[in-house]
Design a binder for this molecule. Sequence first.
Ligand SMILES: *[C@@H]1O[C@H](CO)[C@@H](O)[C@H](O)[C@H]1NC(C)=O
Ligand SMILES: *[C@@H]1O[C@H](CO)[C@@H](O)[C@H](O)[C@H]1NC(C)=O
Length: 350
Amino acid sequence: MKSNTIPTLGAAAAFIATAQAGLRFPCSTLTVQRLDPAGQPGALPSAHLHMIVGGNAFNATMEGDVGERATCTTCQMSEDFSNYWVANMYFKDPKNGTYHRVMPKPVQPLLGGSNGAQGGLTVYYTQFDLSRDNLKQQAIKAFPPGFRMVVGNPTETKKPHAGLSYQCMSGSNRGTIVSTWPTGKCSNGIFTTHHFAPCWDGKNLDTPNHQDHMYNTVTSEGFTNAPACPASHPVRVPQVTFEVEWDTNKFNNLWDPKTDKNPFQWSFEGTGAGTHADYMFGWKGDSLQRAMDKSECFYDGCGSIKKQAMTEANKCTVKDFVKEDIDGWVKYMPGQDPSSKPMVKKSFSA
Ligand SMILES: *[C@@H]1O[C@H](CO)[C@@H](O)[C@H](O)[C@H]1NC(C)=O
Ligand SMILES: *[C@@H]1O[C@H](CO)[C@@H](O)[C@H](O)[C@H]1NC(C)=O
């Protein structure tokens, strides 16, 4: 392609031939509930509210082969019954102190007929960085059934791990990558990114803090190749990343950066440093391994990976397990009323 303009990542990808690898696809919102089968398995409800995408096997407890159990998914890659979730963002009105849920913006159409996502997030599985594979250097092993992991820590107050970030969007410009809440108003929402650890111990589907079975070699922002995995965590897994665009601009006339503190926060009242994300593997059979073994499985999938129209993906739902009202202006975010909150703070929960 001859062009003197720099194409966007999406447009560039469409013209790059072979030798790139990694998937990038939208998943619509599946449900917004207080459930957390990775951080707080069995808790009904969990401590804080999550925005969840992916397969319909999602529930408070998830063991075994999720990909075999689920029958639909909100993700464009229709063999991906994994679940991906983040804390929901909230706006706290600086005048009267009440809270309102911030909605995720529909994922921008990507390639390959991905129009029509509802809310949700963009998922990436990369082998190296955004434009190369590392199949020749180190084989990528797909996660086994039952695998789950968390990146980030809601109790962190100083600085999130590299790869967990915020950007203040204006128009289509994503803005500078920062490690905590943008300080000014963002005219087109707040963009959050969550890069997971790419090295696995090869044994544990999970560990008590949901992170020790993984080794995080991510040392800088953006999609960069992770350094070699250490001997303690020798298995190179796909680099999972997801991005959410939060629709904060509808609250912009309710606060003034000159006099008010940042009014946005997570559903657990953390500082910006507590940003975190959860992953529950659920690709059907060997479908993710097939994608990771092929250089041409870049961005928009490849022949061997099945896709569905987002209109189909949007039909996938799960039941409301928790049954609490999460809409409108509320005095407390779900689960955060100090008078009714069970104060179980014994272990890390995401
Ligand atoms: C979650 O789903 C599994 C498998 O269908 C089931 O065995 C389990 O009881 C469910 N757990 C809850 C809390 O609903
Ligand atoms: C608080 O402020 C918001 C935004 O102006 C408003 O919609 C809401 O009704 C107010 N709530 C109370 C309890 O005053």
